[in-house]
Ligand binder design. Structure first.
Ligand SMILES: *Cc1c(COP(=O)(O)O)cnc(C)c1O
Length: 365
């Protein structure tokens, strides 16, 4: 598509291909002339928001004429208690994507490099390219991050390394020993972002909670989100944990009211709602087993995942299967944009949704 203003934009933007989100359900249903579709395409929480979140949001409505608390004072204090750190270590974002963007704007630019893995989360190349920095993409190992390869790719121009643990769209994860070894080997002048968007779902003994390593590594930035296990993706709230000096720099580019009042109130409640979280994790574990069992029966290979989604190898053009699934009202995510044209990423839903997806897949293959 030609764009008359392209040559007026910065070189980074001119070369950028935007993130393509899944289509809204309503639009898709209209296009296909169907109703009653299910969306298993964006790793959203199938439980919907918790009752407590809905209640607190109703109470917030009368205050919508006021700006939100730009410092996010209360939520940051709750998060600081949770993580056992000082509130100054916490930077709130309009989703954790916002924080990733701030990191790029602070530390990357023309002439500098960001290192991340092949198949890594799509936002890393976008925020890197947007500021005109160079992406060093390191070949994946068994679909996961090759930390030795990533370490070897670091040069004196590298300012940021992005590590998704677990990674989306592959669901692969790195153990504590591997991440720690990386932190101990990499230059302290390289910001290492460990993106833990799916932290709450991971049930592996060797999976690291890197938020507890902040006092050891001042170049470590950990990102978390309320979009997945906490079930409020639509409100957009995420955050980073970092050294106060990193947080100070992030705050220089942060929009003063980036996290809105509904999001602040809901996140505070969601953080305390341990019952909802436990249910979300339980439903996810059951759903994961459901898909694994079905794929096994169907003779399909999948990438073992510790997230709230599973990526299956269809060994044929996944776009065709995606179309066939759409006709049956099942929305999943083909990931050709990640260089995986024969894989399909399916977000774990409620048991009956998963069953419907499995049936539709059987019909389509
Ligand atoms: C979903 C996801 C996020 C979270 O994005 P938000 O902006 O917080 O909604 C971050 N990183 C990865 C790898 C993800 O898959």
């Amino acid at each position: 598509m030609s764009n008359r203003f392209l040559n007026l934009s910065t070189p980074g933007i001119a070369g950028l291909r935007p993130y393509v989100p899944g289509k809204p359900v309503e639009e898709l249903e209209r296009e296909l002339g169907i109703s009653n579709s299910i969306k298993l395409a964006s790793n959203e929480n199938p439980l919907g928001p918790s009752a407590q979140v809905k209640k607190v949001l109703a109470g917030e409505i009368d205050d919508l004429s006021f700006y939100p608390d730009g410092s996010g004072y209360r939520l940051r204090n709750r998060l600081a208690e949770r993580h056992g750190c000082d509130p100054v270590c916490i930077t709130l974002g309009n989703g954790s994507n916002d924080v990733l963007d701030m990191i790029a704007r602070v530390f990357l630019g023309e002439g500098s490099e960001a290192v991340f893995s092949q198949y890594a989360f799509a936002v890393y190349p976008i925020v890197t390219q947007a500021v005109g920095a160079t992406a060093k993409v390191v070949d994946a190992k068994d679909y996961g991050h090759d930390l030795d390869g990533m370490l070897a790719a670091v040069t004196d121009k590298t300012r940021v390394v992005f590590i998704a643990n677990p990674n989306n769209p592959t669901g692969t994860w790195l153990d504590a020993k591997a991440v720690r070894a990386f932190m101990e080997s990499v230059s302290r002048d390289v910001i290492v972002v460990v993106d833990e968007a799916y932290f709450e779902y991971v049930d592996e003994a060797d999976y690291p909670d890197t938020s507890t390593w902040l006092s050891e590594f001042d170049n470590l930035v950990v990102t978390r989100t309320f979009s997945k296990a906490y079930g409020i993706a639509g409100l957009r709230v995420g955050y980073s944990l970092s050294h106060p000096d990193v947080a100070d720099l992030l705050n220089r580019v942060r929009q003063p009211f980036n996290t809105n009042s509904m999001a602040l109130a809901a996140a505070e409640v969601a953080l305390a709602d341990t019952q909802y979280l436990a249910r979300a994790i339980d439903v996810n574990r059951q759903g994961m087993e459901q898909y694994e069992k079905a794929f096994q029966q169907m003779g399909l290979e999948w990438i073992p995942s510790v997230g709230n989604f599973i990526t299956v190898d269809l060994k044929r053009n996944a776009a065709d299967i995606d179309k066939a699934l759409l006709q049956q009202g099942v929305i999943t995510r083909p990931i050709a944009n990640y260089g995986m044209p024969e894989h399909l990423r399916i977000s774990i839903g409620l048991p009956e949704q998963n069953q419907r997806c499995i049936e539709a897949l059987k019909n389509s293959l």
